[in-house]
Design a protein around this ligand. Structure first.
Ligand code: CR1
Length: 837
């Protein structure tokens, strides 16, 4: 308040208030000004990177102007806000998205052309913001886009990692990891050195009497690290609403920085402290669906939760409302269990710092939080060792024990004498060492828990949270099927298709109401439309083929069927099934006569995705794909009938090139393991069909597009357990076609067989946990159906267009509306539209 400009001077202020450009002339002014003054370059010294920087700064100015107004509007409206806590935000590039969302891409294209640049070259200078591993982080990014587009007063909170997900290089057919230092020049963030929060670690808890004679816990000692805010503006599409993504960066605290050491000449030691503090936000853990229980990870989690909660509570306190109103003003969404400590931190703030009574505080906490579960894979469920937590967060562990004790008393009343129930649902697992089960803590501390696709939401109720359904009743558990933003994943990634659709539907309304796509079915007999659709797909395949030859040297025929699997490498996602199927195809081609070969549809099998650096089996799969490619791509018998390529360093910007170029894509996880999947939605929305198992969102995609427009195969989730059990009790029979594939590998057809022994024997000798053999026959038969179907190009095209027209459900706008209405209870804050929109 003290910082606001006095009333008499405000007119002068308003007169000079920044406007941001709207015309081409103004865009050029702003871009050149930034190149010359912000970057200190000139027309004799302006390369594409400088042009990118200048254009980005011009757009950033625009965003930040709307960002400021949005913040003011939200403060003024004094209504409930939603806070989305996620350890990952996989944003990708920002410039193209900003241009499209504010509706000035054409202006920028023309302006850049005047200044001597092609817009595509400028856009491609940007380094991806890759602060995530895979689906969970990209979902958070799609949600930010939808929340802003739908005008929700929403904030994202995350960590500003100095190193995002590593860059993958493929060297001699092996993955090599290179650090991703992405902050060299990042015009999209605003450092807020004035917004700094002290975060405490270690120390001990003592008890004191306060003025009223109440016994209070005081957390003392230990060390302090500073959290500094960096803000990233998130523009909505066709709306002035520009929300905030606040990322915290760690820094040695001014109070802590050891001036003693510094003054006594031990400069190195004092700098060492500084570096140790900065380590907290230094690096994103590169595991997808795997938790390793490292102390630094727990430090990251607390650092980020505590800083975010401090910020949220401070904002609430400005409203001067009673604490009981907190859940009416604040909804906090936990993206998986990573931010579960926020529950404990809020209870600590309310009880220890604000003096609320325990029960009242806990009621506020439960009404504030909601938790989305993203996996049932046991190795991904977070558990923290009690001794580690005791040391790092002594007061939080006490609070967890107290929460647990009250919870267990409640359960005991409900299920008297059921000792086993108490053991099963306790937040503390009685193992050696004891462990804190974060998914249980998140469930107990939230008013709603959701899964991310129907099957997954059913599965969590019958497996990991079965007892909790009995305790709380089924209404606490719900489903919100994932979605994707059509702005990035159609309009931005596939501009020609977006334009064609708009020309048929009479405008771009489908981008904010994706169900409007259903009108496309009226054009199934429109020859020109279909021809243009096909040409666009072909052009997208040519673009990908160009990328493939540039990066791998392999020349692929864009007329061939493009069969794509891009996602993190994981045994449950079964890239091994795919490559073993490819080998089967290769062996089949080799055994064919020249006549038979003529009838076969040429294929390009495209793989991409990173393996966690410590995930040896996943790295072996990459190596097998590359080794098969080496042989197949150089086999004269095969020619264009089959090519196998590995696209290096799959990330968001590559996905924007890859997704529009598929004929078929693979979503082939063992049934019951993939919570949802979201690339399945992206591929179908871009006019590709999919081959998949009855898993995750594939099931709902099938329901929407119709069974005849998808290639489903494999065992069902309900049969998986029995099959695994049978394997373990001696009834495992290797599929005969798969046996031939293994024989070829063992004969050295793809190089030294020893490198693949463990991969093969995980299937043949160690229980085939992911049912590769059980599903193999069904998989290759279904691929034969794909070949057949592709021969009838007209029918194929009709399937694609029909599918696209039925994808409306999978917009992340629909998800956000469901979260807002069913879980958060927040209302949009619709601004007065400006610029005639
Ligand atoms: C799931 O594996 C899902 C995303 C987003 C992943 C994937 O199927 O689409 O979440 N889960 O909901 C995950 O990363 C830690 O769990």
């Amino acid at each position: 308040v003290e910082a606001s400009i006095p009333e008499p001077q405000r007119d002068a202020w308003k007169k000079h208030s920044a406007q941001g450009f709207t015309t081409k002339e103004q865009f050029e002014d702003e871009t050149v000004r930034h190149v010359e003054t912000t970057l200190a370059r000139s027309l004799f010294n302006c390369d594409e990177l400088a042009a990118y920087s200048g254009a980005s700064l011009a757009f950033r100015d625009r965003l930040v102007i709307e960002w400021n107004k949005t913040q003011q509007r939200q403060t003024f409206a004094d209504q409930k806000r939603v806070y989305y806590l996620s350890l990952e935000f996989l944003m990708g590039r920002a410039l193209d998205n900003a241009m499209l969302n504010v509706g000035l891409k054409d202006v920028a294209r023309a302006g850049l052309k005047d200044l001597g640049f092609r817009i595509e070259d400028v856009i491609s200078q940007e380094h991806d913001a890759a602060l995530g591993n895979g689906g969970l982080g990209r979902l958070a990014a799609c949600f930010l886009d939808s929340m802003a587009t739908l005008n929700y007063p929403a904030w994202g909170y995350g960590l500003r990692y100095r190193y995002g997900i590593f860059k993958q290089e493929i060297v001699d057919g092996y993955q090599v990891e290179v650090p991703d230092y992405w902050l060299d020049f990042n015009p999209w963030e605003f450092p807020r050195h004035d917004i700094t929060v002290d975060i405490q670690f270690y120390g001990h808890v003592s008890r004191h009497q306060d003025e009223d004679g109440k016994n209070v816990a005081v957390w003392e000692g230990g060390e302090i690290v500073d959290a500094v805010a960096y803000d990233v503006p998130i523009p909505g599409f066709q709306t002035p609403t520009t929300n905030n993504l606040r990322l915290w960066s760690s820094k040695a605290s001014k109070g802590e920085f050891d001036f003693q050491k510094f003054n006594s000449g031990d400069y190195e030691a004092s700098v060492g402290d500084q570096q140790r503090a900065e380590t907290i936000s230094a690096v994103l853990y590169p595991n997808d669906n795997l938790e390793r229980g490292k102390e630094l990870r727990l430090k990251q989690q607390y650092f980020w939760c505590a800083a975010s909660l401090y910020d949220i509570v401070r904002r609430f306190k400005k409203s001067k409302k009673a604490w009981s109103a907190f859940p009416d003003m604040v909804a906090i969404q936990l993206n998986d269990t990573h931010p579960t400590l926020a529950i404990v931190e809020l209870q600590r703030i309310l009880v220890d710092l604000e003096g609320l009574d325990w029960v009242e505080a806990w009621g506020i906490v439960q009404n504030t939080f909601s938790y989305a579960n993203h996996t049932v894979m046991p190795e991904a469920l977070e558990k923290w060792s009690v001794p580690v937590m005791q040391n790092l967060l002594p007061r939080h562990l006490q609070i967890i024990y107290e929460v647990n004790s009250q919870f267990l008393q409640m359960v005991e009343k409900q299920f008297p004498k059921d000792r086993d129930m108490l053991r099963r649902v306790s937040i503390i697992e009685e193992s050696q060492p004891k462990m804190v089960r974060m998914a249980y803590l998140a469930t107990i501390g939230s008013h709603k828990v959701n899964g991310v696709a129907e099957l997954h939401s059913d599965l969590i109720k019958s497996t990991i949270f079965k007892d909790f359904v009995e305790i709380y009743g089924p209404d606490k558990f719900t489903n919100v099927t994932n979605g994707i933003t059509p702005r990035r994943w159609l309009h931005q990634a596939n501009p020609r298709l977006s334009e064609l659709i708009a020309s048929k539907l009479g405008g771009y309304e489908f981008l904010t109401d994706l169900t409007k796509l259903n009108k496309l079915e009226h054009f199934l007999d429109d020859k020109d439309f279909k021809k243009e659709w096909q040409e666009i797909k072909y052009a997208n395949k040519v673009r990908l083929a160009q990328h493939i030859v540039n990066t791998t040297g392999v020349r692929v025929n864009p007329k061939a069927l493009f069969d794509i699997q891009v996602k993190r490498i994981h045994e449950y996602k079964r890239q091994q099934l795919n490559i073993l199927g490819v080998i089967h195809r290769y062996l089949t081609i080799k055994a064919m006569s020249a006549e038979e070969r003529k009838k076969l549809a040429p294929r390009v099998s495209i793989f991409g995705g990173k393996a966690a650096p410590g995930y040896w089996m996943a790295k072996t799969v990459i190596h097998l794909v590359c080794s098969v490619g080496e042989v197949v791509n150089n086999d004269k018998d095969v020619g264009d009938l089959l090519k196998v390529v590995y696209i290096e360093d799959y990330n968001v910007s590559k996905a924007e090139i890859i997704t529009p170029a598929s004929d078929i894509s693979e979503h082939i996880s063992t049934a019951g393991t993939e919570a949802s999947g979201t690339s399945n939605m992206k591929f179908v929305l871009n006019g590709g069909l999919i081959i998949g198992t009855c898993d995750g969102a594939n099931i709902e995609i099938t329901r929407e597009v119709g069974e005849s427009n998808i290639f489903l195969f494999g065992n069902l989730a309900e049969d998986v357990e029995d099959l695994r059990h049978a394997h373990n009790y001696g009834s495992f029979k290797l599929d005969p076609d798969l046996a031939k594939v293994f024989d070829a590998i063992k004969d050295g057809a793809f190089g030294d067989a020893n490198r693949f022994t463990a991969l093969c024997s995980s299937i043949t000798d160690h229980g085939d946990y992911y049912l590769v053999s059980d599903d193999f026959n069904s998989y290759i038969k279904t691929h034969a159906l794909v070949d057949e179907a592709y021969k009838d190009q007209d029918a194929w095209l009709e399937k694609c267009i029909t599918s696209v027209s039925r994808m409306g459900f999978f917009s992340s706008d629909r998800c956000i509306q469901e979260y807002a209405e069913m879980i958060w209870n927040v209302e949009p804050l619709v601004p007065e539209q400006r610029n005639g929109k």
